[in-house]
Design a protein around this ligand. Structure first.
Ligand SMILES: Cc1ncc(COP(=O)(O)O)c(C=O)c1O
Length: 398
């Protein structure tokens, strides 16, 4: 093993990989929002990437019952067998794809799944291609395992999603694989099935790795939800109970792995997590019941109504939404028609009008100074008020 000289270490002995981790820009917006609220100002939070709905009632009931029954001990590292079965059946029911429960690993959120997958695959120096703009965690997770995240610039012309050509162009001799999200955070766009197939084929031909983050699966509008399950090659899926199932703080997600990877993933999970939260797993057994899905589908339709309101409202205010989002709960809007870069725009919008949004810089470096992400994780009444305030702000800038 290569040893590093210790002489140059900082007084806190911080490892370089930790020192390299970037903070969230949005935290500046958030802490200013909290300060304004402490002064009595009313802030409409559109920076937050989590549903405003709580966990559905049948899930809460199942969780409470599990706690009462004392089901709080460790579970198997890959999750409760019944939950792994329920997840596998969900793919059969929704996508008509037969999946063996042995390939499902229950994790502490999509974050836990990403962490374990990257621990499983990344050697120091391995390059992982990630979309820019894209979910910030992708870059930081890769870096945390001494890998090298390599950005693929994705713009409005390709719906903020990678194309096969872009992947081919970015692919290099140290490239281990590609990590992408669909529907995407921050743009809410979906990678068309045909393009995903072509990309998967290209990665499979090279015997490399494709990780598809499907955390916003189910939150899609005007089209049927889709999955990368069944694509050829070494494909791992990441998913979560956080978004569609409205269970962010329960810290529960899953990965679908190639059969051959399961055992190594399990060993890592045993040591790094022991297991995902037990009570959350028992609660999630109720997540796929028809009465729960009815609740979640009603919420999905509510998100769709909000999207249908906010996208044209932002455009009327003078922001450009170059690609209409058809998934997740985000709008990625271009503010370059005004004099401010998106970070200043976000801070001033908050200061003057009390609307919080996320500056594009959190999602990468590719033209992100022009973009802001607005989350429609507020009720329609709040969104209508936010739209009035944004319009007034833009008018004052013009
Ligand atoms: C694209 C994407 N992936 C993964 C995560 C992590 O989610 P969790 O760990 O709550 O499942 C998030 C959270 O916002 C996300 O937006």
């Amino acid at each position: 093993m290569r040893m590093h000289a210790l002489g140059a270490r900082s007084p806190l002995l911080t490892a370089q990989r930790a020192a390299d981790i970037q903070p969230f820009e949005v935290m500046e917006v958030l802490s200013r929002a909290h300060a304004l609220e402490a002064q009595g100002r009313h802030v409409i939070h559109m920076e937050i990437g989590e549903p405003d709905f709580t966990a559905p009632e049948p899930v809460v009931e199942a969780g409470v019952q599990a706690l009462r029954d004392g089901r709080t001990a460790y579970t198997p590292a890959l999750g409760l067998p019944a939950l792994r079965e329920a997840i596998a059946e969900h793919y059969a029911r929704c996508y008509g794809i037969k999946l063996s429960a042995s390939r499902v690993a229950v994790t502490a959120g999509a974050s836990g799944a990403l962490l374990l997958l990257l621990a499983l695959h990344v050697n120091p120096g391995d390059e992982i291609l990630v979309p820019d703009p894209g979910y910030p965690g992708y870059r930081q997770f890769v870096r945390a395992f001494e890998g090298a995240p390599r950005a693929i610039a994705v713009g409005a012309e390709s719906g903020f999603q990678p194309t096969l050509e872009a992947v081919q162009h970015a692919w290099g001799e140290h490239t281990l694989g590609l990590l992408l999200g669909s529907p995407s955070n921050p743009s809410g766009t979906i990678l068309p099935a045909g393009e995903l197939e072509r990309i998967a084929g290209f990665v499979a031909q090279r015997d490399r790795l494709l990780i598809v983050d499907e955390i916003y699966q189910g939150l899609v509008y005007g089209q049927a939800p889709s999955t990368a399950l069944g694509l050829p090659g070494n494909v791992a899926l990441v998913n979560s109970f956080s978004k569609y199932f409205c269970m962010t703080g329960w810290r529960l997600g899953w990965a679908v792995l190639p059969e051959a990877s399961v055992r190594t993933f399990e060993k890592l999970a045993q040591h790094l997590f022991i297991c995902a939260p037990a009570a959350a797993q028992y609660a999630a057994l109720a997540a796929f019941r028809p009465e729960t899905i009815d609740i979640l589908e009603a919420r999905r339709r509510e998100f769709e109504r909000r999207r249908d309101f906010i996208v044209p409202a932002l455009a009327r205010a003078g922001l450009t939404v170059p690609v209409r989002p058809n998934g997740a709960f985000y709008v990625y809007a271009d503010c370059s028609g005004f004099r401010l870069d998106s970070k200043r725009f976000a801070l001033e919008l908050l200061e003057r009008e009390g609307v919080a949004a996320t500056p594009g810089a959190d999602f990468g470096a590719n033209e992100t100074g022009r973009y802001l992400r607005f989350a429609y994780t507020r009720g329609l009444g709040d969104l209508q008020e936010a739209a009035r305030r944004i319009a007034r702000f833009c008018e004052a800038l013009a």
